[in-house]
Write a protein of this length. Structure first.
Length: 310
């Protein structure tokens, strides 16, 4: 739609400034049309490691139940409620300045009839899926200069999105690296003995777990339960699975793990040997993201490293 809008105005390239959900849309746009972005400026918005933010979950749950529009209708009917911290007031420095007319402009188009309400619920529910994980490599290749400006008092907890722009503040020191590697060794050992709960002990509650689509059950999994589901499925799909870490490569707040996986398919006596790489992102002692790579060189390129000496 944005591309068609620019085409209608005969605009070939544009400086894109985006916030909140618009930031997610902007990233999707520049990933698909990298040559149409002259520059990109993002403020507090969804990023690949935080989409949707945890504080958005109640809104998402209400939309999935089909009742989000009803709550918006209450704001439309009760202007004081709309100005309160339960409504628009939470997003304004001076909510008392919100006039009745402004509130009506906000909510009337969303709740004016059943069809509009259904569209609102469907639109909000669609944010359950994180579309940014799949375009990360495309964003890295976008030639447009980009800058991120984050406000630290964001009530939607979107401040976590700025961390990847502040790697100098999140580099693991030697002690943290050694502790992380020890915990990773323990996690692989737990997986090998079938203790899935222990295998995910070091994961952040909002972890993003991404497996290559070429792998059985590959794709993106959100949260600890999502990671547990994938690990359990990967073990159930074969008679036996053993993942042995061969090398740990620290890179800022990331640790690349070269893994030798041995898989014994069901109804077979022939083991399959697979060499792959897992990349873990650490923050505050927890893994906030795990991304697996079928090709180890791809993993090293993804974190910006040359092939290290063994």
């Amino acid at each position: 739609m944005l591309a068609e809008f620019l085409d209608a105005l005969r605009i070939k390239t544009a400086d894109i400034v985006a916030n909140d959900t618009g930031g997610e849309v902007a990233q999707l746009f520049v990933a698909r049309y990298p040559k149409r972005a002259r520059s990109l400026l993002l403020s507090n918005c969804d990023v690949d490691t935080n989409s949707p933010p945890a504080s958005f979950q109640p809104v998402l749950a209400a939309a999935q139940k089909g009742v989000l529009a009803d709550s918006f209708a209450r704001f439309f009917a009760d202007k004081n409620l709309a100005r309160s911290s339960r409504g628009l007031g939470a997003f304004y420095t001076n909510p008392a300045n919100l006039t009745d007319e402004a509130i009506e402009y906000y909510f009337s188009p969303l709740v004016s009839d059943p069809a509009r309400k259904a569209q609102l619920n469907g639109f909000a529910a669609s944010f359950a899926h994180n579309p940014l994980l799949a375009i990360e490599s495309a964003l890295r290749e976008c030639p447009a200069p980009a800058r991120m400006v984050w406000g630290t008092a964001d009530i939607l907890s979107m401040t976590t999105g700025c961390h990847r722009a502040q790697k100098e503040n999140s580099v693991l020191n030697q002690q943290q690296t050694e502790q992380a590697i020890g915990e990773l060794r323990a996690a692989y050992a737990a997986f090998n003995r079938g203790d899935i709960d222990a295998a995910v002990r070091m994961l952040d509650a909002q972890v993003e777990w991404v497996e290559p689509v070429e792998f059985p059950n590959g794709g993106a999994y959100h949260g600890i339960e999502g990671a547990k589901r994938y690990l359990a499925q990967s073990r159930a799909a074969a008679a036996q699975v053993i993942s042995e870490p061969e090398q740990f490569i620290p890179a800022g707040d990331l640790i690349v793990v070269f893994v030798h996986a041995r898989v014994l398919p069901k109804d077979s006596d022939n083991w399959q040997d697979i060499s792959l790489a897992d990349v873990y992102t650490f923050r505050d002692g927890k893994v906030t993201k795990m991304r697996a790579f079928e090709n180890r060189k791809d993993a090293l390129q993804w974190v910006g490293l040359e092939n290290p000496s063994r």
